[in-house]
Design a protein around this ligand. Structure first.
Ligand SMILES: *Cc1c(COP(=O)(O)O)cnc(C)c1O
Length: 410
């Protein structure tokens, strides 16, 4: 494969124009949109407008006049379309970690005779920490049971309340088949909770067709909502009457501005809301979500699968016998939108790439992770990134002392 082959793919790319919607720095090859999505050009002017006009001039009147009070629900309705959830089943706010807590606690209350949450040992740590912390808080023989992917079906005993899985694994990029896994949970009498952190905006999702009970996801990854963007959660409509959330804040009340002393749960998904939403953050998130809605998901998936496959091939071609071991599944149906390699010197190698302005990330203990964001990743960049990886290895550049330093965020 030559660089010209990849330039030809860029020239014929139906999504090419989406890149202009992002303010990517010159000379940077950004393969980390699954950690922090790039900045849309429209975000800074929109946030500036909300600050100056809506907050500065409008002051508290903007809760009504600028529609702030309905903003979270508006953005949630848009995210529902991205994740294939029925209208009125998604709420936006809090962080993914907090939303996991809310849904796991609610799930355990919906299955009071069951005390176990099942998850994968390789799940993202916050998911496991939150579940473990909740089990410790409840302390009535509640338990987080961790298994390998092959062991999930066997772990679904009659004591399991919730099966909590991340759809696309953050390290390997391996993707679960959502509908059959959800069915297996239901057949065992358990509720199914999907973490869509590495899926929303990246792969086609149909929570409604899969009949998923719960889902959570991030606003700052493939939805390009900005650092620490509000997260989202989904609860299937059939559970809305029965569900009880563990945090009963005033904005989840049926009539917040009646200021009643006793909590009365709001109808529907509104009960998932806790307190005052972050309006500046929601304004930024909405820009990213609007871009995701403009792009055809089938086209995003097609380009993502093509780019991930190409990048794996390019690295195999450019870096043979250099110790890179592909850990992302080769089968398209089992792959999210990233390519990961294990390498004993993954950390230093990634630092050397970043010094060359090719940004991916390192995931302990030994993973180099390259996120593919079809809205702005160019084919030719993949060639350049694989080439740079080859140069970093052949020159021993990665052995420089400065690339050994582990900073707080990797
Ligand atoms: C990124 C990610 C999170 C992040 O949670 P925060 O509360 O936003 O820090 C959670 N779960 C998974 C699977 C993730 O990939």
């Amino acid at each position: 494969m030559s660089r010209a082959d990849l330039e030809a793919l860029d020239a014929a790319d139906p999504l090419a124009s989406f890149r202009d919607l992002f303010a990517l720095p010159e000379g940077v090859i950004y393969l980390d949109g699954n950690s922090l999505g790039a900045l849309p050009r429209a975000t800074a002017p929109r946030v500036a407008e909300v600050v100056a006009r809506e907050w500065g001039d409008g002051l508290i009147r903007s809760w009504n006049d600028a529609g702030w009070i309905d903003m979270a629900a508006r953005v949630a309705a848009k995210i529902a379309r991205i994740v294939g959830a029925a209208p009125g089943t998604v709420a936006v706010g809090d962080s993914t970690s907090v939303n996991l807590f809310k849904l796991l606690a609610a799930g355990l209350r919906l299955r009071p005779e069951r005390r176990v949450i099942v998850s994968e040992r390789a799940n993202f740590p916050t998911d496991l920490y939150v579940a473990d912390g909740l089990a410790a808080l409840l302390a009535q023989n509640h338990e987080l049971r961790l298994v390998e992917p092959e062991g999930i079906a066997d772990a679904l005993g009659s004591d399991v309340a919730v099966l909590m899985l991340t759809h696309v694994n953050y390290r390997t990029g391996a993707m679960h088949d959502m509908a059959p896994m959800t069915r297996a949970a239901h057949e065992a009498g358990a509720l199914m909770l999907w973490d869509l952190a590495h899926s929303a905006g990246a792969v086609p999702l149909d929570l409604a067709a899969a009949d998923a009970d719960f889902a959570v996801g991030c606003g700052y990854k493939f939805l390009n909502g900005g650092p620490g963007a509000p997260a989202f959660l989904h609860v299937a409509a059939r559970l809305h009457d029965a569900i009880r959330f563990p945090i009963t804040g005033w904005l989840g009340h049926a009539d917040p501005f009646a200021f009643e002393p006793a909590y009365r749960r709001a109808a529907g998904i509104a009960a998932a809301t806790i307190g005052t939403p972050s309006i500046l953050a929601l304004a930024a998130l909405e820009i990213g979500v609007d871009i995701a809605l403009q792009a055809p998901m089938a086209g995003i998936r097609e380009k993502s699968l093509r780019q991930t496959a190409l990048f794996a091939t390019l690295v195999a071609e450019q870096c043979p016998d250099m110790g890179f071991h592909l850990v992302t599944p080769a089968a398209p149906v089992s792959r999210g939108s990233q390519i990961s390699f294990a390498h004993p010197h993954a950390h230093a190698i990634m630092q050397a790439l970043i010094a060359r302005k090719i940004i991916g990330d390192f995931r302990a203990p030994d993973i180099l992770r390259f996120g593919i964001t079809p809205l702005y990743t160019r084919y030719a960049e993949l060639w350049d990134a694989a080439r740079a990886l080859r140069e970093v290895m052949l020159s021993d550049e990665w052995r420089q002392d400065r690339f050994r330093l582990r900073r707080k965020v990797t």
